[in-house]
Design a protein around this ligand. Structure first.
Ligand SMILES: [Mg+2]
Length: 426
């Protein structure tokens, strides 16, 4: 039997919430800006979008397009409250509700739809309840299909307050009128690489030989793209209250300018390593592989697996430095760095690893536990390594997407995370 998957996506979510809570803002072009950096709009209201303002844009650019735009700082706590109300509504129609981001869910209603007459009735009820229980200015667009890939594509086809269904009958027609980047999983960069091998449209992707895709993208990504081309996706809807197995933990950061000062570069690398380590320890995991990407006047992208598992920022930093050394990566005085990515993988449950009997290691673990407790209570990096004492606080800007991921983790783990620093606005 075919599955019935819904993708429900709030329309202009952050901006609509602001307009719902403050009626004076309704009907006006508004832009929600990141809290700690007023230079970026992370969400535009539908009025602003109509005038050509994109959802992620610089404030000055938005003002050029739409001089009367009103900017408002983001209030993630408020958005989060609404997401929780929304999840509580969805839960009444199926236990399979996956929180994909702060303003998007997938629902599998295959087994429950008949209890409510049919799928359209469920969609009608959810829309009605959002209107009654969350607010009349907040609307959602719903996509319906037999898998997540197509349901997500469908929700974007008739925005705002829309409903669109993709089934085997209209699939060809849909592929004719969509762009490659309309699909979840194909960003601008992948689209450009597809163009390079002669694939400009979803239909072309559908007919592209798998061999060609694997040649350009390697095995895993090549097959993934072929599946998109065929409109296939067998992944399940993972209920948001069930923790997902974490396979890797990573952090990215884009420095505010080309950074020639190596000390600042290394401080930032260290800070990212600390953030990863905190996340690892919250997950009760240890890693064996670390990878580093540095982008600037020189680029390196490499990883290394070591013999001992690690879960401290210092260890991740040390492995990262070993990678640079092994690859003879040397920064000269006229070199600069702009982007940094650090990640760890090959994770194992820390409880499964035999504890070291060296007193030094036991002491180190006790210290890390205490640091985590204090950081949990007062916010990450209340206690920082001495190396970072003189470092400027990272000037990171949370973007909608990463904030979502952060909230998602918070929901799943119910860990009281009080601050978060995420990076990489496009
Ligand atoms: Mg949305």
């Amino acid at each position: 039997m075919d599955r019935i998957i819904l993708h429900i996506d709030f329309d202009s979510f952050f901006a609509s919430v602001e307009q719902q809570l403050n009626p004076k803002l309704r009907g006006k072009p508004i832009g929600v800006t990141a809290q700690n950096g007023r230079t970026c709009i992370i969400a535009a209201s539908r009025e602003a979008k109509k005038m050509g303002v994109k959802s992620v844009t610089r404030v000055w650019e938005a003002k050029e397009i739409c001089p009367e735009i009103i900017t408002i700082p983001a209030h993630f706590e408020k958005y989060w409250e609404i997401t929780q109300k929304f999840l509580n509504i969805c839960k009444d129609y199926s236990p399979y509700v996956e929180l994909f981001s702060l303003d998007e869910v997938f629902m599998d209603i295959t087994s429950t739809q008949s209890l409510f007459k049919n799928k359209y009735e469920i969609i009608k009820l959810i829309k009605q309840r959002i209107n009654n229980e969350i607010g009349e200015y907040i609307t959602v667009s719903v996509g319906v299909s037999h898998n997540k890939l197509l349901a997500k594509l469908a929700s974007g086809m008739n925005k705002p307050n829309g409903l669109f269904e993709i089934n085997p009958k209209n699939l060809g027609e849909v592929y004719e009128k969509t762009k490659l980047t309309d699909f979840c999983g194909i960003g601008e960069r992948i689209a450009l690489r597809l163009n390079k091998i002669g694939i400009y449209t979803p239909l072309k992707l559908k007919s592209a030989p798998l061999k060609l895709l694997i040649k350009e993208f390697k095995d895993v990504e090549g097959r993934f793209l072929k599946q998109i081309g065929l409109g296939q996706d067998s992944s399940g809807v993972i209920p948001y209250y069930m923790p997902e197995e974490t396979k890797s933990v990573g952090r990215n950061y884009c420095l505010p300018q080309n950074e020639y000062d190596k000390r600042i570069v290394f401080q930032n690398i260290y800070e990212l390593c600390e953030e990863i380590a905190i996340k690892l320890r919250r997950l009760k995991k240890s890693a064996k592989t670390a990878g580093i990407y540095l982008g600037g006047s020189k680029t390196i992208h490499a990883r290394l697996t070591v013999s001992e598992y690690f879960d401290s920022g210092k260890d991740i930093f040390n492995v990262s430095m070993q990678i640079l050394k092994k690859n003879n990566f040397i920064l000269e005085s006229n070199d600069y760095i702009r982007r940094i990515s650090i990640g760890v993988s090959a994770l194992e449950d820390s409880n499964n690893l035999s504890l070291s009997l060296f007193p030094k290691d036991i002491k180190k673990h006790k210290l890390l536990e205490t640091i985590d407790k204090i950081n949990d209570k007062f916010g990450d990096h209340t206690i920082r390594n001495g190396f970072l004492l003189y470092a400027d606080k990272l000037k990171t800007v949370p973007n909608g997407y990463m904030a979502d991921r952060y909230e998602k983790t918070k929901l799943r783990k119910e860990v009281p995370v009080t601050t978060h620093k995420q990076a990489l606005l496009p």
